[in-house]
Design a binder for this molecule. Structure first.
Ligand code: HEM
Length: 153
């Protein structure tokens, strides 16, 4: 693990918390979330696993998985796949615990909902991880879909 990128280290762990979702085309909702960023011995990247459930009904909601890698000091990349037929390819920067990702590509399967661009901003402050997720989708301009705050468990 000697070569593990120091930029990625603050993300390592399992995080749990609550989020709020909204978009101009849908009803607002609240959700519970669990995120894990884990290492593989000797590899310079993080494995990312996320799952959510509805805050009122407990029903499973969105889930996704992917990888985060360093692209040199202060520069980061992320790939994310979703069971809804959406794949995000991100590049970004990290400074002072703020990980700012913007999609290079969002690819969708033929039957997936139309998403053309995403922005993800994660902020790590000690044992708290908060994020904002915005997307350009279903004909809407870049608009916030999710905000959440998680705690390292
Ligand atoms: C914490 C993660 C997420 C949760 C809990 C979540 C939840 C939801 C819910 C409950 C809806 C409304 C009902 C529905 O259409 O299923 C919705 C709509 C939607 N979500 Fe998410 N979502 C998440 C992440 C994402 C991500 C990462 C994307 C895109 C990359 C995305 C794209 C959309 C789109 C495009 C809609 C539909 C808008 C429409 O049809 O008008 N969501 N989401």
């Amino acid at each position: 693990m000697n070569d593990f990128p120091t930029d990625l280290a603050p993300l390592i762990g399992t995080w749990r918390g609550q989020g709020h979702g909204d978009y101009p085309t849908i009803e607002a909702f609240d959700y519970f979330e669990e995120v894990t960023f884990s290492t593989i011995p000797g590899k310079p990247f993080l494995v990312y696993i996320q799952k959510t459930k509805h805050a009122e009904t407990g029903a499973p909601l969105h889930a996704e998985a992917g990888y985060v890698r360093s692209a040199g000091p202060g520069r980061i990349e992320m790939t994310i796949a979703q069971p809804t037929g959406i794949v995000e390819i991100h590049t970004g920067t990290v400074a002072d615990g703020v990980y700012s990702f913007a999609s290079e590509t969002v690819a969708t399967t033929p039957t997936a909902v139309d998403v053309t661009a995403c922005i993800r901003t994660l902020t790590v402050a000690g044992n708290e991880l908060s994020y904002v997720f915005s997307m350009e989708a279903v004909g809407e301009p870049m608009t916030k879909h999710l905000v959440a705050t998680l705690t390292r468990v």
